[in-house]
Design a protein around this ligand. Structure first.
Ligand code: 4AD
Ligand code: MG
Length: 479
């Protein structure tokens, strides 16, 4: 066979150079009538149709063309008479690169449940749904970097192994090289981490924020975009033990600047996928509509995906205080009819049923809530004048709930030190963070966006396990 350069399917379909000889390499989707072969190579959602001449293609080769087989085809591009495509390729020579036994290959050209495909995560990329999701995920990641780069932010790589618990939630995975079968103990019977790799206890990071703050107080505007780890034992459709987070941090920004940045950021990313991945989004929209048919009316999406995303990009988000949110909830019929599982009163941590009521029923659009009670938020959030709320902000979106959490930071040394005491954070763990408040402190603010939650929002996928290639959740770390 001639050694020819490969042409990607997206170029053949979009550039339509009639009469050109091309070499396609990809995986068979379907093979019909001993003649019509559709191939996908991941460069686009669309397949190319190859018309094989049965007389020129040996029967022993044709017999090996099953869904999943990898092939190389040399042929000539021509206008297509079939509907749904502009061009097709008249096959001249076919090579089987890798066989795929239809009796064993689990991904067939029929509908598989997402649960089934999660067990086949090594092969689920081969489905149109997952290839679309991961192309959209790529475009979103690119948009994240573009947004910040275009605005003069510096991408900062914060450590993945750390000694600090930024969120103070105590949900950390330990990192150790101690022999777990013979753990050395100190005189108090505690694990002796002085014999450990770092000479102290260490964890996987839950957030790069504290380190990002240090850098922002010199570089001005920074952002992180990396993996974060939380050992919270919550098996929900919105939590992962390993997820990716984006954390911008800006010197001289206050909570209002922070809200503006968060809103502009989410809008930019969604607009970027509308502009660069509309084909995949349209496919995912159809998928969602198909899935919805099996759901009860009240769980179905009322607005199609693409329209939903356009609406988010085009309309201002709602902004309310925590106190206003509590008022709305307590005055709702839902509350009066005792339909909330968890009670509502000033001071509670909003449960996801409350958040969803606010965004899905009451406002029907993204909402940013500020001014949470100090007691339910992290130690680093700036205390408001009232002495009981902090300059925190959560962004909630329909279908997902919380997508962003952030705040203006406590920049006053004395107030922060007092907060550390209240939250039982030993000064010797966080001395470096405190020092920035002694040496040229200033107003600053930032937030964290859970990348997978944004991918869910953009793709309409309803389980977070379906928007990350290999999800890590309680009792699950296969692949
Ligand atoms: O609200 P969180 O905990 O905020 C922080 O970590 C701050 N340090 C951020 C900052 O101010 N720089 O987490 C931020 C976001 C959440 O809003 C959510 O979208 C996502 O991270 N997130 C998770 N995503 C998937 N799985 C989990 N277990 C998540 N926990 C949080
Ligand atoms: Mg949060």
């Amino acid at each position: 066979m001639k050694n020819m350069k490969r042409t990607e399917i997206i170029h053949i379909l979009d550039q339509a150079e009639i009469g050109k000889e091309v070499n396609i390499k990809g995986w068979v989707k379907t093979f019909r009538n001993d003649q019509f072969l559709t191939i996908n190579d991941g460069s686009t959602l669309r397949n190319i149709q190859v018309v094989l001449n049965p007389e020129q293609t040996p029967e022993d080769l044709r017999k090996r063309l099953y869904t999943g087989t990898s092939v190389s085809v040399i042929g000539v591009v021509q206008e297509s008479l079939g509907k749904g495509q502009n061009v097709e390729v008249i096959g001249q020579s076919l090579t089987i690169l890798g066989d795929c036994d239809p009796n064993e290959f689990p991904i067939q050209m029929k509908k598989h449940s997402l649960e089934f495909l999660r067990e086949k995560a090594h092969l689920r990329f081969r489905t149109s749904t997952f290839s679309a999701v991961f192309r959209v995920r790529h475009h979103l990641a690119f948009a994240v970097n573009k947004f910040f780069n275009d605005r003069g932010f510096y991408y900062l790589h914060t450590p993945i192994i750390t000694g600090s618990d930024a969120e103070g939630a105590g949900e950390m995975f330990k990192v150790t090289t101690l022999d777990l079968n013979q753990i050395p103990k100190d005189e108090n019977g505690h694990v002796d981490h002085s014999q450990d790799f770092f000479g102290k206890s260490a964890n996987l990071t839950v957030s790069g924020q504290l380190e990002a703050e240090l850098a922002a107080l010199a570089l001005g505007k920074v952002y992180t975009f990396g993996p974060t780890f939380r050992a919270e034992n919550s098996n929900t459709s919105r939590h992962l033990a390993e997820f990716w987070m984006i954390e911008p941090e800006v010197a001289f920004n206050d909570i209002y600047d922070n809200m503006d940045l968060a809103e502009a950021f989410l809008k930019f990313c969604l607009n970027h996928v509308l502009e660069n991945a509309l084909e995949d989004l349209t496919f995912l929209q159809e998928r969602e509509q198909q899935e919805d048919k099996a759901k009860p009316q009240e769980e179905r999406q009322t607005i199609p995906l693409v329209e939903r995303l356009k609406f988010v990009v085009d309309s201002p988000f709602e902004r309310i205080t925590y106190t206003e949110a509590i008022d709305i909830l307590m005055n709702s019929n839902h509350y009066k009819k005792k339909k909330f599982k968890y009670d509502v009163s000033w001071g509670i941590d909003l449960q996801s049923e409350h958040e969803r009521y606010l965004v899905e029923k009451h406002f029907q659009k993204p909402v940013i809530i500020t001014g949470y009670p100090a007691a339910i938020k992290a130690f680093y959030m700036r205390l408001n004048e009232d002495g009981k709320t902090v300059a925190a902000m959560d962004m909630l979106v329909p279908g997902i709930g919380e997508i962003i959490g952030g705040s203006q930071r406590e920049e006053r040394y004395d107030v922060l030190l007092e907060k550390c005491k209240q939250f039982n954070i030993p000064e010797e763990h966080i001395w470096w963070y405190l020092e920035t408040r002694k040496f040229g402190t200033c107003t600053h603010a930032g937030f964290g966006l859970g990348f997978e939650r944004m991918v869910m929002y953009a793709t309409g996928m309803s389980n977070i396990r379906d928007v990350i290639p290999f999800p890590r959740t309680p009792l699950n770390a296969e692949f």
